[in-house]
Design a protein around this ligand. Structure first.
Ligand SMILES: Nc1ncnc2c1ncn2[C@@H]1O[C@H](COP(=O)(O)OP(=O)(O)O)[C@@H](O)[C@H]1O
Ligand SMILES: CC(=O)N[C@@H](CCC(=O)OP(=O)(O)O)C(=O)O
Length: 295
């Protein structure tokens, strides 16, 4: 809606509504996962960057973890390689890992850093290899029919641990960390890690107030396609068991649940296609997606 349709009183009320949220979340860490599918439109990307800068300037500590699945897929296609996924994870051979590091650590990471800096923020791009921040090991995927069978899908990692020192150091000088989900193994090898998993573990490690997962769907939907605005662990179990939650939503919901069980206050799955979704979620009473709470 164009702002001219609001009276000055409406505008003042909207701005004033943010005060209790600014007070509540002042000096709190908010881990935001910016999914590759939410990074499509230039206007939305600019809106996202403005929101991040605004949250920082009103005293919160936004930490960005980004994805880039579609962008990796595009470059792989250009070099004549097909993308293959098993249970939502990209099969990652050596050549694919090179492309993953190039796209996540290079193109996508620097694009987001640049967008935030263009809006007046001080963003710094990192991968999990910087400062040995994200330690990882090979993820073996349990077979869906026989969990005793494990599939090796190459350089796909799971998080062993995250060293928060670098992020904390950046925070002392008001930099905004922008982190690519690439981890480092015992022997210095690179691992491709699902960005939701990195965001969840980072939120736990930083004892974040909020974990916000931005995707390209309104939130978690029920069987009829209606938005589920609030979910608890028990309800999630039911929705997985009856097949309502599947595919790419599974790692998202699992890491959101793990995060809230391990000290993160709330987790949110929100629609990155809504302009200023982040501001609406953090600074207004009208959330824009699904809130996941412990109980
Ligand atoms: N119950 C559900 N509600 C919403 N989306 C669901 C649900 N179950 C499965 N999905 C799927 O999960 C997708 C989101 O995961 P994904 O595509 O991996 O997102 P991203 O690329 O942002 O990480 C949705 O587009 C949808 O196809
Ligand atoms: C192991 C694995 O699948 N890694 C992901 C990492 C990027 C990601 O998670 O990006 P989105 O959040 O945009 O999907 C991949 O290769 O696509």
């Amino acid at each position: 809606m164009p702002t001219s349709q609001f009276t000055p009183g409406d505008k003042a009320n909207i701005l004033s509504e943010a005060l209790p949220y600014i007070q509540r979340f002042f000096d709190k860490t908010i881990v935001i996962k910016y999914g590759g599918n939410a990074m499509t439109d230039d206007k939305l990307k600019e809106g996202f960057a403005r929101d991040v800068v605004l949250l920082k300037l009103v005293g919160m500590n936004p930490v960005i973890v980004h994805g880039g699945g579609p962008q990796i897929g595009e470059l792989l296609k250009r070099v004549g390689k097909q993308s293959e996924f098993i249970q939502g994870m990209r099969v990652t051979d050596e050549e694919t890992m090179d492309v993953v590091e190039m796209v996540l650590g290079g193109l996508v990471n620097k694009e987001i850093v640049n967008l935030i800096n263009q809006q007046g923020g001080k963003a710094v791009g990192l991968t999990g290899k910087d400062g040995g921040m994200i330690r990882a090991k090979k993820l073996l995927i349990a077979d869906q029919d026989d969990p005793n069978i494990k599939h090796d899908i190459g350089s796909v990692g799971e998080v062993l641990g995250i060293d928060p020192e670098l992020v904390e150091l950046l925070d002392t000088r008001d930099f905004i960390p922008v982190i690519a989900p690439v981890g480092v193994g015992m022997d210095g090898e690179s691992y491709n890690i699902n960005a939701d998993l990195v965001a969840g573990k980072l939120a736990e490690t930083l004892r974040a107030e909020k974990l916000i997962l931005m995707t390209n769907i309104p939130g978690v939907l029920d069987k009829e396609g209606g938005l589920l605005t609030g979910l608890t662990a028990q309800r999630v179990d039911e929705l997985i068991a009856n097949g309502t939650i599947y595919g790419g939503m599974l790692p998202k919901i699992h890491c959101a649940l793990d995060a809230v069980k391990n000290g993160v206050h709330t987790a949110h799955i929100i629609d990155g296609r809504v302009n200023h979704a982040l501001l609406l979620e953090v600074l207004t009473k009208d959330g824009v997606g699904t809130l996941i709470k412990r109980s």
